[in-house]
Design a protein around this ligand. Structure first.
Ligand code: AMP
Length: 395
């Protein structure tokens, strides 16, 4: 088990904490969703309440090693100060760490908070350059990684830095390990995985890993059509990865061999064009017309998937069941979210679009866990070790 924030002595310590403040901004640089900042508050407050001072760091967007002001963490500094109801020091230096930043860090007293500028203003960051890690580490006595969203990347601010400071994971990463790690390594069964989204190619690793773990795999979304084709039926103008048809066949065979029930949609809502239209029809999965594309799962599928959910103890969900951004094709995704919210199951929502769909449906509070990292949770579900977590010492 990885060292936790609660295992660390924090009194009078300067704590360097990697957060995920990669928030969406509008064109006037206003934060449009501050959930990531709010999610970090628990670890932040714990450090402050236990007598430490904080040096927070994060990336924002992809400035690609240049100090581009549209990616400044200034809006985050302001929102964080509002949420904490205290002043924070924003070390607004393009170099992220320099002599002035070191002096500011030296002057911090317990209870004070400082935020560094975007770590990706330095080109060394994404190369996991150890000299940059050392500079960051020189500011503090202890390192905490609480940025799950970047845990699948090895960067200076989350991996390299652990070589120079005693390190632990914060509450957010701790919760991700408990929820996703727990569901994969020691699930309450039956364990069901619901996979959707655009492409099979993005989810191959997840399906392969889950074929050795899950009891049921339900496949929806655009990726289902490659499986339809694999069974010899037409897909019309639906999304299709022609070069993955053979692989889809192999996955269906493997599921049978392993005794995993892999369920594909029985019906689809199809339309003639890719747009939000009420001119759709519902067709059987074997009868997708040549001039139509499947944009959502149909009612029969919603019912059969819901039945499996009701009989499950743990459900992991990654990827929408249809083009949920279009109101006319959001029903499948919304109904699956509602069933998950209503039933007495451990519900774990992978980040990204499925998390957005659950939030849009107002059901976030009713899920057991919503992951804060799309890419990271996908890698975790593939059974891959995440470098940002692996770098932390075991207890
Ligand atoms: P992903 O990022 O792979 O999870 O894919 C999410 C995207 O898949 C969303 O933007 C959905 O609109 C899209 N999607 C889901 N179902 C379909 C479908 N049947 N046809 C086209 N796109 C889809």
């Amino acid at each position: 088990m990885k060292k936790q924030l609660t295992d660390m002595h924090l009194k009078d310590k300067r704590v360097l904490m990697r957060c995920d403040f990669n928030v969406p901004l509008d064109k006037d640089l206003n934060i449009t969703d501050d959930i990531r900042i709010k999610s970090a508050l628990r670890s932040i407050n714990y450090v402050l309440e236990n007598g430490g001072s904080l040096i927070l760091m994060s990336h924002l967007g992809r400035p690609k090693g240049e100090a581009r002001q549209e990616y400044s963490l200034k809006p985050v500094a302001k929102r964080l100060a509002d949420l904490l109801e205290k002043e924070i020091v924003f070390a607004d230096y393009d170099e992220v760490v320099n002599e002035k930043v070191k002096a500011l860090a030296d002057r911090l007293i317990p209870g004070e908070v400082m935020l560094l500028q975007n770590t990706r203003f330095r080109k060394e960051e994404t190369k996991n350059d150890l000299d940059f890690s050392k500079e960051l580490a020189s500011l503090a006595d202890v390192f905490i990684n609480d940025a799950f969203g970047t845990a699948h990347r090895a960067h200076s601010s989350n991996v390299g830095v652990t070589q120079y400071l005693p390190s632990a994971v914060g509450f957010l990463i701790g919760k991700e390990i408990e929820a996703i790690g727990g569901a994969l390594s020691n699930p309450k069964r039956p364990l069901t995985a619901i996979l959707g989204g655009a492409k099979v190619s993005d989810k191959i690793g997840v399906i392969e890993n889950l074929l050795g773990i899950a009891d049921y795999i339900l496949v929806g979304g655009g990726m289902a059509f490659t499986f339809v084709k694999a069974q010899g039926y037409p897909v019309g103008k639906s999304l299709l990865e022609a070069d993955k048809v053979e692989l889809a066949k192999a996955l269906l065979v493997k599921a049978k061999e392993k005794g995993v029930e892999m369920l594909l949609p029985m019906d689809y809502k199809v339309a003639k064009e890719f747009k939000d239209t009420d001119q759709y029809e519902v067709v059987d999965w074997k009868e997708i017309p040549e001039d139509a594309m499947g944009l959502d799962i149909g009612k029969a599928t919603i019912e059969s998937f819901s039945e499996v959910i009701k009989n499950s103890k743990t459900v992991i969900w990654n990827g929408p069941m249809g083009v949920f951004e279009f109101e006319n094709f959001a029903e499948g995704t919304n109904e699956i979210a509602k069933t998950l919210a209503k039933e007495d199951v451990i519900s774990i929502i992978g980040g990204g679009d499925s998390a957005a769909a659950v939030e849009k449906a107002g059901l976030a509070e009713l899920m057991t866990h919503i992951s804060t990292g799309g890419g990271a949770s996908l890698k975790y579900m593939e059974g891959k070790l995440l470098p940002g977590i692996e770098a932390i010492e075991d207890k």
